[in-house]
Design a protein around this ligand. Sequence first.
Ligand SMILES: [Zn+2]
Length: 222
Amino acid sequence: MGLPLLTAAPSLKVVVAGGHPGDPECGCAGTIARLTELGHDVVLLYLNRGEGYCGGAGLNRCAAIRTAETQDACRILKARPAFAGQYDGRGILDDPHYDAFDRVLAAENADVVLTQWPIDHHRDHRVISMLTLDAWWKARRKFALYFYEVAEDTTMFTPSDYVDISAVETRRRAACYAHASQQPDKWYPKQVEITRRRGAESGFAQAEAFARHPDSRRAPLP
Ligand SMILES: [Zn+2]
């Protein structure tokens, strides 16, 4: 007969990569909230600082405004922001940028990476997806690799895994609404439609869905 478990499961390092401030939150805020509640260490890694759009404010102010919004969102989710140093709307895939992203990601030494889907509409989403995929192969598939979906952008997405986010709706919503310059009223309800549909598919009120790369090991998602 076994003793009750006295030790917590080992803490995981999880990186959630996204093209813009707000993308990891839009697709994964519920999962991030659940992971950090369980004591896991989560980093939100943004390709850029959202230099290209921040509502009515001048473009010269966007990076500062949106960096502050990511800091608020990460505080709500108990995660840490990190930035890969590219420019909003001008995502670049070439040797120097593959190498630079690989260094940033390798420094995090992640057990699990969630990234954007490679067939999204937005080029920056496709760029972060390709950069992550390239780093994963270069690291010999050392970390588990999953893709996530975002409203109005993701096409041809077939989930393999679901995370029940029904109990963390308040924090999920607050993290998305931290991105006030991005007019969350326009996209948040569409993301909720998605998570309700994913919930119906998986037997929860609301769920975030992920597609595991078929060659990736499985991660102990909550
Ligand atoms: Zn985006």
